[in-house]
Design a protein around this ligand. Structure first.
Ligand code: DNO
Length: 392
């Protein structure tokens, strides 16, 4: 697989010079400064591409070309936004950037409740705590009917937490769930936004009455509309699975399981309609057998995120070592190296360690932690390639 790295553009403290030194071959990035829904011009794409190439690297994958909310909930401006999306795709294709990652998660992209969960060795990682998440939903967001989505056991713990939680802890929870994890991935809420909870409530309201079936239909509509451009310019679209892979906050999530993936691949059955195989997101769902899913969907996988989660007995999940957890990266690498050796792969997230915590990196996107993970993955890939050679 091609070793790629998510880089957040010229303002990223982690420079292309540093990445070249640690063996990165391809860059995963986006035109982060262009607002969601606006056209990516050929000139702007070429400008960033030339910059990347001047370091001896290539722009391998776009993550993400964001799909605007109105496309997801089928607002009146949907067709106009899709036309713009098609122009951006064509411009990327003309420049030779042909793998485009996006997601179809309503309102909120990936979700964690704790961005610095301590490990015994002094490092920290990302974490999802079911009770704290329910607390956010029931007590902070105060979403109508939220209680119905949680067990009585979880609700009892929410009440318990309510007796001890401080205002500062509440703010931190809001920051973790809807601010710090969202802005830098071109999400709906950004650091410094006034009243993020109010913005969030307004966004949720746009999805009133939209259930799984309707969201699926909107995804099918979007994919069918962009496929002709993908065919013309040989661009591969690859949807990122929902993270975590289950329903949240009363919103439908439709890329959570093997059945969901089968559905969207079949709904628009075109090889350009594919998947970002995010082992981390998928492994956070107890219903997902990640290795089996890789075997089943490798043919339509255009991009891979290597990361692994552990699900704890209380249902919380933690981002595990890239060498451990439920995802079984060794087996995944065996499948991808055998079936599609050229696939772009990036290590996804890493521990915060060795001073990363002082750098203000985007949540999950440390330097040392990701470098360690890349070293581990690089080693696994070398062993797997050796196995494959010996079999020939
Ligand atoms: C989080 C990322 C996601 C991903 C988007 C793709 O770390 O994996 O935010 O980039 O969902 O559109």
């Amino acid at each position: 697989m091609e070793k790629t790295w998510r880089w957040f553009g010229k303002k990223d403290k982690i420079t292309l010079e540093m990445l070249r030194q640690i063996g990165v071959e391809g860059i995963v990035t986006a035109l982060h400064e262009i607002p969601n829904g606006e056209i990516w011009s050929e000139e702007a794409i070429r400008d960033l591409q030339r910059y990347i190439e001047s370091y001896g690297l290539r722009w391998s994958v776009v993550e993400s070309l964001p799909v605007s909310e109105a496309i997801k909930y089928a607002g009146p401006e949907r067709d106009e936004l899709i036309e713009k999306y098609k122009i951006s795709l064509a411009n990327l294709g003309k420049c030779g950037v042909k793998t485009v990652c996006y997601n179809f998660m309503p309102v909120i992209d990936w979700i964690r409740t704790d961005l610095a969960h301590p490990w015994a060795d002094g490092t920290t990682s990302l974490y999802f705590d079911r009770v704290r998440f329910a607390y956010f939903d029931v007590k902070i967001l105060a979403r109508e009917g939220a209680e119905a989505d949680y067990s009585s056991e979880v609700l009892a713990k929410v009440e318990e937490l309510d007796r001890t939680i401080t205002e500062a802890e509440k703010d931190e929870l809001i920051d973790s769930i809807i601010v710090k994890t969202q802005g830098f991935v071109n999400g709906n809420i950004h650091e410094g936004d006034f009243d993020p909870v109010g913005i969030f409530r307004r966004l949720l309201a746009q999805y009133a009455g939209i259930d799984r079936e309707q969201l699926r239909e909107n995804m099918r509509y979007f994919l069918a509309a962009v496929m002709p451009v993908c065919e013309e310019y040989d661009v591969n679209m690859c949807v990122h699975p929902d993270d975590p892979p289950f329903q949240v906050l009363g919103l439908p999530r439709i890329v959570t399981s093997a059945e969901d993936i089968e559905w969207f691949l079949g709904a628009v059955d075109n090889p350009h309609n594919g998947l970002t195989f995010c082992a981390g997101s998928l492994s956070a769902g107890a219903h997902n057998d990640v290795v089996k899913m890789a075997e089943r969907f490798v043919g339509r996988t255009h991009f891979v995120h290597l990361r692994s989660c552990d699900i704890l007995p209380n249902g919380n999940f933690i981002e595990a070592s890239h060498l451990g957890g439920r995802a079984n990266l060794v087996e995944l690498i065996r499948i991808f190296e055998r079936e599609k050796p050229g696939l772009p792969m990036r290590v996804d997230h890493g521990r915060t360690m060795l001073g990363d915590e002082k750098q203000g990196y985007n949540a999950g996107y440390s330097f040392h932690g990701r470098m360690l993970a890349l070293g581990q993955v690089d080693g696994m890939m070398a062993v797997v390639r050796n196995e494959l050679q010996n079999q020939r």
